[in-house]
Design a protein around this ligand. Structure first.
Ligand SMILES: Cc1cc2nc3c(=O)[nH]c(=O)nc-3n(C[C@H](O)[C@H](O)[C@H](O)COP(=O)(O)O)c2cc1C
Ligand code: SF4
Ligand code: SF4
Length: 252
């Protein structure tokens, strides 16, 4: 078994690692942007795939990765894990349907509430104690699910036709244009001091440092990693001001 994930603020990384290590403590977990990921995945047959919900869809980078490596999935058994701030409908189904098309068997799906990673909007913001409770609840749920999986039972969250309808009409249709591809809408303010952290951390290699300032390209997958890490709070995407940077480590 191997765990792979896209994680902007650490939520999904934590959930995938906790689940996978509880099922089999000898298994590895790696980020999707690992340079050898395709080669490593070729050697594994059971895959736990984790990613955050974005507008009730999977991040474009995750869908793109699955499609670009379409021949990788034939004969693989995949368990989809989706983290969310509030609601995802069929967050797991969004990748499960594509993976099935390429010959994977879907073992099941798990959708877990975690702190909301959008840190440049006041909407849905919880205080630190509430977020700590959210993480505690998530941990409990992961422990239950790991026990079930060890007994051979996989939850099927987000994979039903009803879940598909909920995801589609609950949100995905209304924000369809937001998740059609990568975005060029990342904003970097004059507060940038050119430290390079965002550039080093971006899973897409979307940020370059030019003349001691960060410059965004057109390949942002909206993970919010750079936004949550920038020491100057100089980066925004959906909003115009960073309210409170979100990192899983703050809530554990
Ligand atoms: C661009 C964007 C869109 C999001 N859309 C949703 C959403 O539709 N529903 C939801 O419940 N959470 C949504 N979230 C919150 C994240 O899914 C959630 O915080 C997730 O746990 C972040 O995981 P990560 O830290 O591993 O990236 C969104 C986050 C971002 C950055
Ligand atoms: S992390 Fe912030 S301050 Fe550092 S280079 Fe990036 S935008 Fe500039
Ligand atoms: S530019 Fe920032 S938000 Fe966009 S993919 Fe890179 S780290 Fe994530």
């Amino acid at each position: 078994m191997i765990g792979i994930y896209l994680s902007g603020t650490g939520n999904t990384k934590h959930c995938v690692e906790k689940l996978v290590y509880l099922i089999d403590d000898k298994s590895k977990c790696l980020p999707l942007e690992h340079p050898q990921i395709v080669h490593i995945l070729e050697k594994h047959y059971i895959i736990v795939l984790g990613y955050p919900t974005q507008f009730s869809n999977a991040p474009f980078m995750v869908r793109d990765f699955i499609k670009k490596n379409s021949s990788l999935w034939k004969g693989k058994k995949v368990f989809c894990v989706n983290t969310m701030g509030l609601f995802s409908g069929d967050g797991t189904g969004c990748t499960a349907r594509i993976l099935k098309k390429y010959g994977a068997e879907i073992l099941g799906g798990l959708q877990i509430k975690m702190p909301d990673s959008v840190c440049d909007s006041k909407l849905l913001k919880k205080d630190i104690e509430e977020n700590r409770q959210v993480v505690k609840n998530a941990d409990k749920r992961i422990e239950q699910v790991a026990e079930q999986i060890r007994c051979g039972k996989y939850p099927q969250e987000g994979l039903s036709f009803i879940a598909h309808i909920k995801g589609l009409f609950g949100q995905r249709l209304w924000f369809y244009h937001k998740t059609l591809g990568y975005t060029d809408k990342l904003k970097i303010s004059d507060a940038c001091i050119g430290c390079g952290l965002c550039s080093r951390e971006c899973p897409m290699g979307n940020i370059k440092i030019k003349d001691k300032k960060a410059v965004s390209g057109e390949q942002c997958t909206m993970c919010y990693r750079c936004i949550s890490l920038c020491p100057q709070k100089a980066i925004t995407l959906l909003g115009d001001q960073v309210i409170e940077q979100c990192r899983y480590e703050k809530y554990k």
